[in-house]
Design a protein around this ligand. Structure first.
Ligand code: PHE
Length: 449
C-alpha cells in the first residue's frame, strides 16, 4: 500500500465518477444492439434481474474490498487473503480491463469520426440506405478507424497522466448531468415518431419464448459490463473513497442511474428502428446507423448530432479512464513503477490490440477465432466470460471468506432492524444467489456439458 493515496474530494465526486465509469458505450451503444440481437423485452428482463439481484450486492462486495484495503485489485486480495488462490482475481481483472479497453476504444473512435461526419452534415446523405453505406465504408476502410482508435487512446492518456482527482473527478461532475439531459430530449423526440409504440413494445414486452441460454448469457454479460463489475474497477475506485461514503446507497444509485441511461437509449433507438424500417438485430453498427437517421429528421439535426457525439465521446472517456486505472494502480503499487510509466504501458498495450480490433471490421474481417472476429472475441471473452467469473469469485470471497466484522464496518451496519436486514440480504445474495445464478448461466450458456 502507498502511504498517502488520493481520495475523491466530495460525495458528488464519488457518485459522478462511479456513475461515470458505469455509464458509457455500454449503455448507449452496447445495450440497444445486444437487446436488438437478443429479442428486446426478454433481454431487458434478464439484464434487470442481473443488475439488481446480483449486480448491486456484487458492487457492494467490490466496494467493501476496495475501501477496506485501499489497494489495487491484486494488492487487495493479497492483503485480505495472503498467499491464497483468491489473488487470481487480480489477473482476471487486469486481463479483462485490457481486453475491454482495446475494443472499447475502437467504438469510442467511431464517435470521433461521427463528430466530424455530423459537422459535415453527413456529406449531405439523408437516406437510411445511404447512411448505412457510409458507416460500412468507414468501418471497412483501414486507416481511419485505426487513426481514431489511437487518437482516442491518446486523449485517455492525457487525462490519466494528470492523476486521479484533478482529471477524472472534475470532468465527470460536469459531463454526466449534461449527457442525461440530452438523452431525455432525444427520448421525447423518439416517442413522437409514428412507429413509437412498436419500438416500445419490442423493448418492454418480454416474449418469454425468446429466453434461451444465449439470451441469459448475453443479459448477464451486459449487466456486468454496464456496471463495470467483476474486474476490480470498483475495487480500485472505492479504494479512493472516504470512510464516510455510504456504500449500499452508492451501489443503488450507480445501478439505478446506469439502468436509466440504458433504458433511455433503448427508448431513443427502437422507435426509430421501426419508424425508419431498420433491422433491430443489426449488431454493433446499430446505433451508428440509426442515430444519424434520427438526426437527419430533426430540425437543427446537425447541431444535435455533433453535440451528442461529443458527449458520447466524453462518456466513453470517463469509462476508459476507470478501466485503465485498474492496471495503472496495479503497475504502480505492485511493481513500484512511476504513474507516468504505468500509464504509458497501459496505453501502448491498448493501442496495439485496439488497432487489431479496428482492423477486424476491414482487412482482418476474414480472420476468425472460434467463429468470432477479434473485436467480437474480445467483447465476448471479457463481458460474457471473465467479468461473470470475476463477479463469482468476488461474491464467494466476500460472502463466505471475509470476516463479518469487516462487512459490518464497511457497510456501516448499526443495531437497527433495517440495517441488520440489509446486511442479511446482501450476504444471502453473495453466498447463494450470485454464485448459483452465474454458475447455471455458464453451464447452459456456454454449453459446458
Ligand atoms: N461500464 C462501462 C460502460 O457501460 C464499460 C466498462 C466496463 C467500464 C468495465 C469499466 C470497466 O460503458
Amino acid at each position: 500500500m502507498t502511504e498517502k493515496r488520493a481520495q475523491f474530494a466530495t460525495r458528488l465526486g464519488v457518485i459522478a465518477t462511479t456513475v461515470g465509469s458505469a455509464v458509457g458505450l455500454g449503455n448507449i451503444w452496447r445495450f440497444p444492439y445486444e437487446a436488438g440481437v437478443h429479442g428486446g423485452g426478454a433481454f431487458l428482463l434478464i439484464d434487470l434481474f442481473f443488475i439488481f439481484v446480483i449486480g448491486v450486492p456484487v458492487i457492494c462486495a467490490e466496494f467493501i474490498i476496495g475501501r477496506h484495503t485501499g489497494s489495487n485489485v491484486r494488492g487487495a486480495f493479497k492483503i485480505l487473503a495472503p498467499g491464497k488462490a483468491w489473488g487470481v482475481m487480480g489477473y482476471i481483472g487486469i486481463a479483462a480491463s485490457l481486453l475491454i479497453l482495446s475494443f472499447y476504444s475502437v467504438v469510442a473512435g467511431w464517435t470521433l469520426e461521427y463528430i466530424f461526419q455530423s459537422l459535415s452534415g453527413f456529406s449531405g446523405v439523408h437516406t437510411v440506405e445511404g447512411l448505412h453505406n457510409q458507416f460500412d465504408s468507414f468501418a471497412q476502410s483501414d486507416w481511419r478507424p485505426v487513426m481514431w482508435t489511437l487518437l482516442f487512446l491518446m486523449c485517455n492518456y492525457m487525462i490519466l497522466a494528470r492523476g486521479v482527482r484533478k482529471g477524472i473527478e472534475r470532468m465527470s461532475n460536469i459531463l454526466m448531468p449534461l449527457l442525461f439531459l440530452i438523452l431525455l430530449v432525444f427520448a421525447v423526440n423518439s416517442l413522437r415518431m409514428p412507429e413509437a409504440m412498436r419500438g416500445l413494445e419490442f423493448l418492454f414486452k418480454p416474449d418469454f419464448s425468446k429466453i434461451t441460454p444465449e439470451v441469459l448469457l448475453g443479459g448477464m454479460g451486459q449487466a456486468f459490463f454496464s456496471l463495470s463489475l467483476g474486474l476490480g474497477c470498483l475495487i480500485t475506485y472505492s479504494s479512493y473513497f472516504k470512510k464516510e461514503t455510504p456504500l449500499v446507497k452508492t451501489a443503488f444509485t450507480t445501478a439505478g442511474l446506469d439502468t436509466l441511461v440504458s433504458i433511455l437509449a433503448g427508448v431513443i433507438i427502437f422507435p426509430a428502428v421501426f419508424t425508419f424500417g431498420q433491422e433491430p438485430a443489426a449488431g454493433p453498427k446499430l446505433v451508428f446507423e440509426v442515430l444519424p437517421s434520427i438526426f437527419s429528421n430533426l430540425p437543427g439535426g446537425m447541431i444535435w448530432s455533433t453535440f451528442f457525439f461529443i458527449l458520447l465521446f466524453l462518456a466513453s472517456l470517463t469509462s476508459t479512464i476507470s478501466m485503465s486505472e485498474i492496471s495503472i494502480a496495479y503497475f504502480v503499487e505492485e511493481f513500484k513503477m512511476s504513474r507516468a510509466k504505468a500509464t504509458r504501458l497501459n496505453i501502448v498495450i491498448a493501442m496495439v490490440f485496439g488497432s487489431l480490433c479496428a482492423l477486424s471490421f476491414g482487412c482482418m474481417s476474414g480472420i476468425k477465432i472460434f467463429g468470432f472476429t477479434l473485436f467480437n472475441l474480445f467483447d465476448f471473452l471479457s463481458s460474457n466470460v471473465l467479468l461473470p467469473i470475476g463477479g463469482m469469485i468476488t461474491s464467494i470471497f466476500v460472502g463466505w471468506v471475509l470476516d463479518r466484522a469487516i462487512l459490518r464496518e464497511e457497510l456501516g451496519i448499526s443495531s437497527s432492524r433495517m440495517s441488520r436486514l440489509t446486511m442479511a440480504v446482501i450476504v444471502f445474495c453473495l453466498r447463494f444467489v450470485a454464485p448459483v445464478c452465474i454458475g447455471l448461466v455458464f453451464i447452459f450458456g456456454l454449453n459446458i456439458f
